[in-house]
Design a protein around this ligand. Structure first.
Ligand SMILES: [Cu+2]
Length: 119
């Protein structure tokens, strides 16, 4: 293989890789535009992280228990209530209306969090 031919092969490979990346970015942008908004709250070390999450109306929030003991996610106003979540379990709720939604863990009431839903 000549040096020049190697160079051309390398350039072609680089071009192909760039084209692939561009199409991937385009696909991701398209997916983001149509997918409903989502947010995640991880439960770890007896804490909701992050304690205050601000989302748009229509967002589905998913809590995942990363602790090695069970927790729950219970709305202070009775808007939502999870079952007992074991390690790795998750609970999702879609916030259809704007407002401030405080919640806590019914097994450890000192664990609290808030979802702020903007219109
Ligand atoms: Cu708990």
């Amino acid at each position: 293989m000549t040096r020049r031919f190697k160079m051309l092969t390398f350039q072609a490979a680089t071009l192909a890789a760039s084209a692939l990346m561009l199409s991937t970015v385009a696909a991701m942008t398209k997916a983001a535009a149509v997918a409903p908004p989502i947010a995640a709250v991880r439960i770890d070390n007896f804490t909701f992280k992050d304690p205050v999450v601000t989302v748009r109306t229509g967002t589905t929030v998913t809590w995942t228990n990363g602790d090695d003991i069970p927790h729950t996610v219970v709305s202070k106003d009775g808007v939502f209530k999870s079952k007992v979540l074991d390690t790795g379990d998750h609970f999702s709720f879609t916030f259809a209306k704007p407002g401030q939604f405080g919640y806590f863990c019914s097994l450890h009431p000192h664990m609290t969090g808030t979802i702020l839903v903007k219109a």
